[in-house]
Design a protein around this ligand. Structure first.
Ligand code: COA
Length: 319
């Protein structure tokens, strides 16, 4: 039986840090409001001229180093992003050229759930035997699509990139990606979207969101998705070592952990440090948990995320 193993992870956060206090100097908001409603303390913004592909490439090099591989070892690159450098070519092909390698490279667009979609897509390629080693990157420059006049969204997002390397393994034992589930329902597309696009306006547009509605759907859909993914493998939520969720809002994360009966010390939380980095947030949190030694070989990890569309899903992994 072939399974996909995660054999390395990497991250990159732009140098510029923007605190809640910085934002309250230019917007009608406060550090206290942002922390109480979201758990966010600061975020990173890319420098002028620093592109999504730059963030993605830096995270990719970090992941390659941790896996002990070179770009030539990779035959599949998938970048999850909704803030590509250009409408086309895909950011993945730009990363491919920056790394100097060949194979197949493409982007997936599923907003905040993009990383799990990219992971599950690569997992299918690897298990079918057509690819051997995949580089999966979640990378975003949301600072370019948040409206500086809109306090309801501007305070919530940041820039960053996280990456993992997957290897197809013939005798994985009990390790690897055990199960994934993805769903979408376009009837919710007016709850979280950008008000522009190449075909609609010829611009990228700004994020628009009905926060309360998104909040409610996020909790119910993500709990259902987590239980579905666990049920595929007949595993109870209590058996999880770590929930490594999408980092949008501390209250959403805590509500999901509570419904899954997981204590807060089994959840990797990074939202305070870099806000919602969309597709980058799960690999950033994963890297944090691995590098600080919390996530150990044999641990059972659950990822979950929801994003504009809605598209949502989860992935169960034995590290
Ligand atoms: C966005 C979010 C934090 C707002 O929290 P909320 O408790 O729902 O707050 P509301 O939008 O109802 O706004 C409450 C009040 O705070 C105000 N407010 C909104 N943003 C504010 C800000 N940055 N600073 C200060 N006040 C703010 C609102 O104007 C409103 O004031 P009013 O009562 O006078 O009209 C919350 O809805 C949320 O996290 N939603 C999910 C968002 C998300 O995770 N999206 C990404 C999914 S991938």
């Amino acid at each position: 039986m072939v399974r996909s193993l995660i054999i390395g992870c990497g991250h990159y956060l732009p140098e510029k840090v923007v605190t809640n206090h910085d934002l309250s100097a230019v917007l009608d908001t406060s550090h206290e409001w942002i922390v109480e409603r979201t758990g966010i303390h600061k975020r990173h913004f890319a420098a002028d001229g620093e592109l999504t592909s730059d963030l993605a490439t830096a995270a990719a090099w970090d992941a390659l180093k941790s896996a002990g591989l070179t770009p030539q070892d990779i035959d599949l690159i998938i970048v999850a992003t909704v803030t590509p450098d250009q409408t086309f070519p895909s950011t993945a092909t730009i990363v491919q050229s920056k790394l100097g390698c060949r194979g197949l490279a493409f982007d997936v667009s599923a907003a905040c759930s993009g990383y799990i979609l990219a992971l599950s897509t690569a997992d299918h390629y690897l298990r079918l035997g057509s690819m051997k080693r995949a580089l999966i990157i979640g990378a975003e420059t949301f600072s370019r699509i948040i409206d500086p006049q809109d306090r309801k969204t501007y305070v919530l997002f940041g820039d960053g990139a996280g990456a993992v390397i997957l290897r197809a393994e013939n005798n994985p034992g009990n390790r690897g990606i055990l199960s994934t589930s993805m769903h979408s329902d376009g009837s919710y597309r007016d709850l979280l979207y950008t008000d522009g696009g190449p075909s609609l306006t010829g611009t990228a547009g700004y994020i628009r969101m009905l926060g309360r509605e998104v909040f409610k759907h996020a909790i119910t859909k993500l709990v259902d998705s987590a239980l579905e993914t666990l049920a595929h493998k007949n595993i109870a939520a209590e058996e999880l070592d770590w929930l490594v969720p999408h980092q949008a809002n501390i209250r959403i994360i805590e509500a999901i952990a509570e419904r899954l009966n997981l204590s807060p010390d089994r959840v990797v939380i990074t939202v305070a440090e870099h806000a919602n980095t969309s597709a980058a947030s799960i690999p950033l949190a994963l890297c944090k948990g691995v590098s600080d030694g919390r996530i150990q070989p044999g641990h059972l990890i659950l990822h979950e995320a929801i994003g504009g569309g809605f598209v949502w899903g989860s992935a169960l992994i034995r590290w």
